[in-house]
Design a protein. Structure first.
Length: 256
């Protein structure tokens, strides 16, 4: 399969999530002329109508890094990470690093926001929230302490999403720590056809962290299956809605 017809619609954004109707893209970026922090933005599918959803709003929004947005399947909610307001190590708290990030959920119009998962002060971290196809669960990665590599030990978290009284809530969270040598693990989302499989990447089988592979983790059996097994860095896997193809990122040399 060859991907063609690529069109650049914005040069500064990343970590994108489509709205279910395909009309808009939610993403994060730093508007360097205004702030040193990432915010959550939206734009049309053609790159038009760029709007900052989170910047400069005040409480309950933070004024630090906010990013890694994920739009719910019904298009009503956006889950995202936010750096703790009191935390000052901004470099390691970007949306891509996740240290001292909490999980927030806001309505699609960003009229307010709610912290639904808060990690431990000074020692916690959180990365890559994703919805299941029904919009009833969220999966994310969470920092569990020092690991065998410099990236630390990360685990998979799965929680139930409800809105009692119209307030977004995540409850009944379960932790999974798969692999023979748990270490770096990054969550990329549920399989679109079943909640039993979670797509992820990392080095849970003892390989060098710079040789991260793509995996399927099966919840019912707690087994993890290596899908790539290459001697290169592999990450950011996404599976198509039909569950037939996976696209991911691979380093171009043995050192990347």
């Amino acid at each position: 399969m060859i991907l063609g017809g690529i069109t650049a619609i914005h040069s500064l954004g990343g970590r994108v999530s489509w709205t279910p109707d395909g009309n808009d893209i939610v993403f994060d970026k730093i508007n360097v002329s205004e702030t040193p922090y990432f915010d959550v933005w939206t734009m049309g599918a053609d790159g038009s109508s760029k709007t900052n959803l989170t910047g400069g709003k005040g409480a309950p929004f933070t004024s630090k890094h906010m990013g890694q947005p994920a739009v719910s399947p019904d298009g009503a909610w956006i889950a995202y990470q936010a750096q703790k307001q009191a935390w000052t190590d901004d470099v390691n708290s970007t949306p891509g690093a996740g240290f001292q990030n909490d999980l927030y959920i806001m309505p699609i119009d960003a009229s307010t926001t709610t912290a639904v998962v808060t990690v431990a002060v000074d020692t916690g971290g959180l990365l890559h929230p994703h919805w299941n196809a029904a919009g009833t669960k969220l999966v994310w990665g969470e920092y569990a302490g020092a690991g065998s590599s410099s990236l630390g030990h990360w685990v998979i978290k799965v929680g139930n999403f409800t809105t009692p009284g119209g307030v977004p809530t995540v409850s009944g969270t379960v932790t999974y720590d798969p692999g023979t040598t748990p270490d770096w693990l990054e969550v990329h989302g549920f399989h679109p056809l079943t909640d039993d499989y979670i797509l992820c990447s990392g080095n849970p089988q003892g390989q060098d962290v710079l040789r991260s592979d793509i995996y399927f983790f099966q919840i019912s059996t707690t087994t993890i299956t290596n899908l790539t097994g290459n001697n290169q860095w592999e990450e950011h896997a996404h599976i198509n809605p039909a569950g037939t193809y996976i696209v991911w990122m691979r380093g171009t040399t043995d050192d990347e």
